[in-house]
Design a protein around this ligand. Structure first.
Ligand SMILES: O=P(O)(O)OC[C@H]1O[C@](O)(COP(=O)(O)O)[C@@H](O)[C@@H]1O
Ligand SMILES: [Mg+2]
Ligand SMILES: [Mg+2]
Length: 330
């Protein structure tokens, strides 16, 4: 007879219990994690859950919404706004924020409910990204959410991949949890650190002709490998879901670039500051990496002016980010 194994791993609630957090934050994070378990179920169901394909609508950024974008947004919105802890939510899939129907909530939650939308229909990795802020006094409006990235109380993502993983920071390092078959978030990666050096970069190479000269020079140096000035060979990866690309960097180092390019020169970049750039930058810095717009400014120091503001994103292994900053002529 096989002895029943006792799982001695720490679960999410126990892990957060040990941290000195603002009152209610650990319950809020448990709620976000629980909503993501529901999203996981729909992602897993795929066609069986009626979750594939286009929804027939576009979001405020004029991007086609997939059914799963809308379903994930509804799950998070409904569950968070039902909690007395929450004062309001805002997301990629909403035109404006939604204040809670009750007063007294202490937290604002911003989210990209489903990151990597173009991966949904091909059964490739997707995820959820979230950022938690303190709610200011008074009525909640879009302006309430326009707080500097350094004011985030917590940030994280859930990767719906081969395993479902929650990667989380509350400003004291980064921890990773794996969803067990019986639905518990168990601590599997207690102290995630991004290696300072790397030989791996991630960028959408099809945009090469549109990049600024500094990015062209940096990537050309990587491609030259041992024959070039860098004196080492590089590997390239691009999952087309920021969650999965950042997760790879969390696990084995690397750099991720979605830089400004000249296709729409007045647009700072593709990714959104409040629910993509800021939470990922908080996580990356807490894991010992760096995150910058262009080598000059840390993303966490960008002053937000709009809910759906875009930002160039360059993040990952610290020493490699310094090289990118130098190469970009900063
Ligand atoms: O298709 P592209 O231009 O390579 O862009 C991929 C990027 O777009 C995104 O999918 C944008 O996120 P959404 O799917 O939430 O709109 C990022 O996750 C990813 O890094
Ligand atoms: Mg996204
Ligand atoms: Mg999205």
């Amino acid at each position: 007879m096989t002895a029943k194994m006792t799982d001695t791993r720490i679960d999410l609630a126990t892990h957060l219990d040990g941290a000195a957090l603002p009152q209610g934050l650990s319950e809020l994070l448990a709620l976000v994690a629980s909503a993501c378990v529901d999203i996981r179920k729909v992602v897993s169901g795929g066609a069986l859950a009626g979750a594939l394909g286009a929804s027939g609508s576009v979001n405020v950024q004029d991007e086609e919404q997939k059914k799963l974008d809308v379903i994930s947004n509804d799950i998070l919105t409904d569950q968070l706004l039902a909690s007395p802890l929450v004062a309001g939510v805002a997301s990629e899939e909403m035109d404006n924020c939604q204040p809670a129907p009750h007063s007294g909530g202490k937290f604002l939650v911003l989210f990209d409910p489903l990151d990597g939308s173009s991966n949904i229909d091909i059964n490739a990795p997707v995820g959820t990204i979230f950022s938690v802020l303190a709610a200011p006094e008074g009525d909640i409006t879009d302006a309430s959410f326009l707080q500097d990235g350094r004011k985030q109380l917590a940030a994280g993502y859930v990767l719906y991949g081969g395993q479902t993983m929650l990667v989380l920071t509350t400003g004291n390092g980064v921890a990773g949890f794996t969803l067990s078959l019986d639905g518990q978030w168990l601590l599997t990666h207690p102290d995630i650190k991004i290696s300072a050096d790397t030989k791996e970069f991630a960028i959408n190479m099809s945009n090469q002709r549109h990049w600024a000269q500094g990015v062209q020079t940096y990537v050309a140096g990587c491609l030259q490998g041992v024959e070039g000035g860098r004196g080492k060979n590089f590997n390239m990866r691009w999952v087309a879901a920021m969650v999965a690309d950042v997760h790879r960097i969390m696990m084995r180092g690397g750099v991720f670039l979605y830089p400004w390019d000249k296709r729409e020169p007045n647009k700072p970049g593709k990714l959104r500051l409040m629910y993509e750039g800021n939470p990922m930058s908080f996580l990356v810095e807490q894991a010992g990496g760096k995150s910058t717009t262009d080598g000059r400014a840390a993303i966490l120091d960008v002053t937000p002016t709009e809910l759906h503001q875009r930002v160039p994103v360059i993040l990952g292994s610290a020493n490699e980010i310094d090289i990118i900053a130098d190469t970009c002529g900063v």
